[in-house]
Design a protein around this ligand. Structure first.
Ligand code: SF4
Length: 515
C-alpha cells in the first residue's frame, strides 16, 4: 500500500477539485492510502511522533493568476519528499495553460507536469516508468473517466460553496475558438463524454444521493446529442420542478450556454425549460452579441425560464460604454419580459498571465478599480432592477463614465455622499470637477492611474497650486476610522444580503485582488 498525498493550493474556490477526486478514486482502487490537504497544511509534515513518507504527491492548479499560491504548494511538496521531485505530479488548468513556464522553472526540474486531461490509461497519462508505482498499468480505464471520490472532501476544513451536487460533464471541448478563452487550448474540439447516468449512479451508490447537478460543459448546446442529454437529465430525476427531500433541485450548466446557437431555434430553450435549470447562464461577452442574446432571452422567457444569469466579459476589446450597454439591455429585458437576469461582470485576464494586472486597451487602471469598488458592495452581482442599476451605474454611458472617474470613497459610500452628511463635500467635488478642462481631466486620470491610492497624498503635493491640484485632493482615500464611522451611520442602507445565493455566483469575481 502506497501513501498518496493530494494537494489543492490554498486559494478560495467554489467547486471541489474534480481531477484530484478522480485520482483519489484510482488510488483507492489500488488500495493505496489517500490524504488530501488544502494549502501548505503542516499536518503533512513528518514530526518526532509521526513520521510521514509520501510515495507520490499530486497537486492540482486552477487560475493562472494564483501562480504564487500554486508555487508555494509545489515548493512545499518538494520539502515533503526531501527533494525527490520525481514523486511529484502537477496538473490542472493553470499547469496546462502555462505548461512551458512550469516545466522551465529550474527549481522544479524532475517534477512531472501534466498537460490536459488524464484521458489515457493511467501509466500513460501520468508518464510513469514501468518500475514506478503502478507503472505497469497501461490498460486500465483512464482516470478522467472514473467516478470522483467525494470522501476526500471530508479530510479538509475548507467548505466549498457548492457541495451537495453531482459535478460532471455531458460534453467536453467547444466548437469555437474565442481569443479570450482557455478552453480551445485545454480541451480542444467539441466531443461527447461517457454517459451521465453511469457517473451519477456511481456517485449516488458510493457517496449518497446529491440534490443538484452541476454540468461543467463549455458549450452543451453545440453537442449533436443535446436532446439526448436533456432526456437523460430528466430520466435522472432532474425534470422541471423536481425536489429531493422537499428541497428544490437545480441543474446548472455553470460555464454558460451559447446565445449564437440558442437564438437559431426555439427548440433549445424548450428543451432546457423541461429540466430544473437554475439559473440559465447565457454568456454576453460583447455588444456584437446583443441580437442573438436578446433573442435567446426572449425564447427563454416564452418557455417560462425566468431565472437567468450571465457572464459579461469586460476589459478585453470592449469599452466601458459597451459594458454599460450590455448591462442596461438586461434592465430593459427584465422590465419588458418580467424576468430576472443577474449579471456577473468578469474582468478579462489573459489565461497565461500570472497576476491580475492586465488592462484592456479601452480601459484604464482607475476605471478597473472603480468597477471593483462598485461590485464589492454587491458581491459581484449586477441586479437587473432598474432603480438599483441606475443608482449604481447611471442613466447613460456618460453618467457611467462619470461614476468610474469618482473618488472611490464616494463610490463606496454613495448614500452618505449623495444624500446625507457627505453631500456638501460631494457637491464641492462636482463643482471642482466641472471647472477642469478636458486636458486637465485627462491629466488627473493619468495621475490616478499611475499611482496607487496610498501614494496620492504624497504625489499630489508636487502639483502646482490651482484647480487641478484642488480636485486631485478629493481622490485621497479617507482614513479607515472615517470609513468605519460612515459605514456605521449608513449601515441600514447597505443591504449585505446578496440577491444571488453563494452557490449560484461566479467562481471568481476578482473583487479583492489589487489591480
Ligand atoms: S464559446 Fe465559450 S467555451 Fe467556447 S471558446 Fe468561446 S468562450 Fe470558450
Amino acid at each position: 500500500m502506497a501513501n498518496i498525498l493530494l494537494i489543492e493550493p490554498g486559494y478560495k474556490n467554489k467547486y471541489p477539485p474534480l481531477g484530484l477526486m478522480k485520482i483519489a478514486q484510482y488510488h483507492h482502487s489500488k488500495r493505496d492510502a489517500i490524504t488530501f490537504i488544502k494549502g501548505e497544511d503542516p499536518s503533512a509534515q513528518t514530526t518526532l511522533f509521526e513520521p510521514k513518507s509520501w510515495d507520490r504527491i499530486y497537486i492540482t492548479t486552477l487560475f493562472s493568476f494564483e501562480y504564487q499560491r500554486i508555487a508555494r504548494s509545489i515548493d512545499y511538496a518538494i520539502s515533503l519528499v526531501a527533494g525527490q521531485r520525481n514523486r511529484i505530479f502537477v496538473g490542472g488548468i493553470a499547469a496546462s495553460l502555462m505548461y512551458e513556464r512550469f516545466v522551465n522553472e529550474p527549481r522544479w526540474q524532475g517534477i512531472r507536469f501534466i498537460k490536459g486531461l488524464l484521458g489515457e490509461a493511467p501509466a500513460i497519462s501520468l508518464k510513469l516508468n514501468r518500475d514506478e508505482l503502478h507503472g505497469d498499468d497501461v490498460t486500465s480505464q483512464p482516470i478522467e473517466d472514473l467516478v470522483p471520490d467525494y470522501s476526500i472532501l471530508d479530510q479538509i476544513d475548507y467548505k466549498y460553496p457548492v457541495q451537495d451536487a453531482y459535478f460532471t460533464y455531458a460534453s467536453r471541448g467547444c466548437i469555437r475558438k474565442c481569443k479570450f478563452c482557455g478552453v480551445p487550448k485545454l480541451e480542444g474540439e467539441q466531443r461527447d463524454t461517457n454517459s451521465l447516468t453511469s457517473v451519477i449512479q456511481g456517485i449516488s451508490e458510493r457517496y449518497g444521493e446529491k440534490r443538484d447537478l452541476i454540468l461543467m460543459d463549455n458549450n452543451v448546446v453545440a453537442s449533436p446529442r443535446f436532446k439526448d442529454i436533456i432526456a437523460e437529465i430528466i430520466d435522472l430525476g432532474f425534470e422541471h420542478g423536481s425536489k429531493l427531500s422537499l428541497r428544490q433541485r437545480r441543474v446548472d450548466f455553470n460555464q454558460g450556454v451559447d446565445a449564437r446557437i440558442l437564438c437559431k431555434n426555439a427548440m433549445f430553450l424548450r428543451e432546457l425549460s423541461r429540466i430544473a435549470i437554475k439559473p440559465l447562464r447565457i454568456a454576453f461577452d460583447h455588444w456584437g452579441l446583443s441580437k442573438p442574446y436578446s433573442q435567446a432571452i426572449r425564447y427563454a422567457a416564452s418557455y417560462g425560464i425566468t431565472n437567468l444569469s450571465n457572464y459579461m466579459l469586460y476589459n478585453f476589446y470592449d469599452t466601458p460604454s459597451d459594458l454599460f450597454n450590455r448591462m442596461h439591455l438586461n434592465v430593459k429585458l427584465n422590465e419588458e419580459l418580467n424576468i430576472q437576469i443577474f449579471s456577473f461582470p468578469m474582468r478579462y485576464q489573459p489565461v497565461t498571465r500570472v497576476d491580475r494586472g492586465h488592462i484592456g486597451k479601452s480601459w484604464n487602471r482607475y476605471y478597473l478599480r472603480s468597477m471593483q469598488v462598485i461590485l464589492q458592495a454587491t458581491h459581484g452581482v449586477v441586479s437587473g432592477n432598474s432603480n438599483y442599476f441606475r443608482f449604481a451605474f447611471g442613466n447613460s454611458t456618460e453618467e457611467f463614465k462619470d461614476i468610474l472617474l469618482r473618488p472611490h470613497h464616494f463610490i463606496f459610500n454613495r448614500h452618505w455622499y449623495e444624500k446625507y452628511e457627505g453631500r456638501a463635500e460631494y457637491n464641492a467635488y462636482l463643482q471642482s470637477m466641472s471647472r477642469l478642462s478636458s486636458d486637465e481631466k485627462n491629466e488627473l486620470l493619468e495621475l490616478l492611474c499611475t499611482y496607487s491610492p496610498t501614494q496620492y497624498s504624497q504625489e499630489f503635493k508636487s502639483l502646482s497650486p490651482g484647480i487641478l491640484r484642488d480636485t486631485a485632493y478629493y481622490f485621497v482615500p479617507i482614513s479607515k476610522t472615517e470609513e468605519r464611522s460612515i459605514w456605521q451611520k449608513t449601515k441600514h442602507y447597505h443591504n449585505n444580503q446578496c440577491l444571488v445565493p453563494e452557490d449560484e455566483r461566479v467562481e471568481d469575481a476578482g473583487l479583492t485582488m489589487e489591480i
